[in-house]
Design a protein around this ligand. Structure first.
Ligand code: CA
Length: 228
C-alpha cells in the first residue's frame, strides 16, 4: 500500500495534487485542516508520506509537522511552501520535515519528490548486516536506529539515511551532491540546500556542542565529513 496524506485547504490545489498522485499509483488520503490531517493519520497509521501545506485555517502546517513528529519519526514529510524565498522552508525542515516543494510545482516534480521520500520512508529492502559501531555511536541497520552512549537518538528516515551514509564512509569527505544522490536518489531534483538543513538538524541531535561540531565536520566549499 502506497499511502500518502495530502493536507491542503485550497480545493483546487488539493485536487491537482490528489489527481496526480493517484495517477502515479498512490493511495491518497485528503485533509482540509491540520486537525483533520492528524485525525486521518490516526485512522491510517500505515501512511508513509504526508504533504503539508503551511498556511491553513486553524493550526498551521508547521504545528501539524511538530505534532506528527512527536510520535512518528518514520513517516516522510514534505512541506508545501508558497514562495521560493520563504524562510518558512528552513523553519519547516527544523520542525522535522524532510523536504519542501515550492508552489507552483509541476506534476512531475511533485511525484518525483514523493517517490524519493517514499523509498526513504521504509520502502527499501531490509538490510542483512546488523550494526555499525563507532563509539560513542551505534547504528542498528536492522531497526534503523541510532544510539549515542547507549541512549537512543530519535531520527527521521532522512536523518537515518544520512547517518548511515556517513558511518559507512568514516573519515571521507562527501560532497553535498553525493549526499543528495545517495539519500534522496539520483532522480531527485531539489536543491542542495536541503542537505545543509538536514545536517544542521542532525547536528542538533548528535553533537555535544553544535557551535563546534566534531562528529560531522564541514568541508568548506565541498560538503561534509564524518570522523573524529
Ligand atoms: Ca493554504
Amino acid at each position: 500500500m502506497k499511502k500518502v496524506l495530502v493536507l491542503e485547504d485550497e480545493a483546487s490545489i488539493r485536487s491537482f495534487i490528489v489527481i496526480n498522485l493517484r495517477r502515479a499509483g498512490y493511495d491518497v488520503i485528503e485533509a482540509q485542516s491540520g486537525e483533520e490531517a492528524l485525525e486521518q493519520l490516526r485512522i491510517h497509521p500505515d501512511t508513509r508520506v504526508a504533504l503539508l501545506d503551511i498556511m491553513l485555517p486553524g493550526i498551521d502546517g508547521f504545528e501539524v509537522c511538530r505534532r506528527i513528529r512527536a510520535t512518528n519519526g518514520q513517516i516522510g514529510i514534505i512541506m508545501l511552501t508558497a514562495r521560493s524565498q520563504e524562510m518558512d522552508k528552513v523553519t519547516g525542515l527544523m520542525t522535522g520535515a524532510d523536504d519542501y516543494v515550492t508552489k507552483p510545482f509541476s506534476p512531475a516534480e511533485l511525484t518525483a519528490r514523493v517517490d524519493a521520500l517514499f523509498r526513504r520512508a521504509g520502502g527499501e529492502a531490509p538490510v542483512q548486516s546488523g550494526e555499525i559501531r563507532q563509539p560513542p555511536f551505534l547504528l542498528n541497520t536492522r531497526n534503523r536506529t541510532l544510539e549515542k552512549n547507549g541512549v537512543r537518538i530519535k531520527l527521521t528516515q532522512v536523518e537515518y539515511s544520512i547517518m548511515r551514509y556517513f558511518m559507512e564512509n568514516p573519515g571521507k569527505a562527501l560532497s553535498r551532491e553525493e549526499i543528495l544522490d545517495t539519500v534522496w536518489g539520483r532522480d531527485y531534483f531539489g536543491e542542495l540546500k536541503i542537505v545543509d538543513v538536514n545536517i544542521r538538524r542532525l547536528r542538533l541531535k548528535i553533537e555535544d556542542n553544535v557551535q563546534n561540531p566534531v562528529y560531522i565536520t564541514t568541508v568548506w566549499g565541498y560538503g561534509y565529513k564524518w570522523g573524529f
